[in-house]
Design a protein around this ligand. Sequence first.
Ligand SMILES: [Zn+2]
Length: 200
Amino acid sequence: MESVVEQSCPVCGAEDALRMLAHTSEIPYFGEHTQITMSCSSCGWRVTDFIPAEGKKPGSWSLKIQNSEHVSARVVRSSSCTVRISELGLEVSPGASSTGYISNVEGVLERFCAAIGTIRRQADRDSDDETLLKCDELLERIEQVKCAQEVVTLELLDPVGHSQILHEDAVSTKISDDVAKALDPGPVYPVFDIGSEETN
Ligand SMILES: [Zn+2]
């Protein structure tokens, strides 16, 4: 179902350029959910999010990555989710343009590698040897995690509660309202207070 969103783009401000695509399907172990993609035809801004059919409570999911099976565990990350690996000092909070994705633990690690790669390139340009060394060290440790040579815990903290690690060894805990409030809630969509118009 595609809808026109009667609101200007939050990034470029273009009128009549926002479209919302909603698609309901079933993810094994996650259940029925709606995938929502907002996109702007003017500037190319695009976000995806996942909304489960049954409501979820604010919560955290954690998985100690100890074997290759854990590395390939499915991860549903909604746009409101903070991703953390404390042992490596890595954390990604949602920010204003965060987007949801379905991946696996390895894919999450790849995203961290890509982010570290960006920092590394900048450090290379600045001849910042200390940062370069730190980046190389981290990238090497992430490689070790990928082959389960170094054990770390992947944590998803979601004040909205739509994120999940789909593995029987993953541990789900509730987070208190205070903690939930302290987390970055992610981007605010102009999605839910609109008079949308179906185009098909
Ligand atoms: Zn735009």
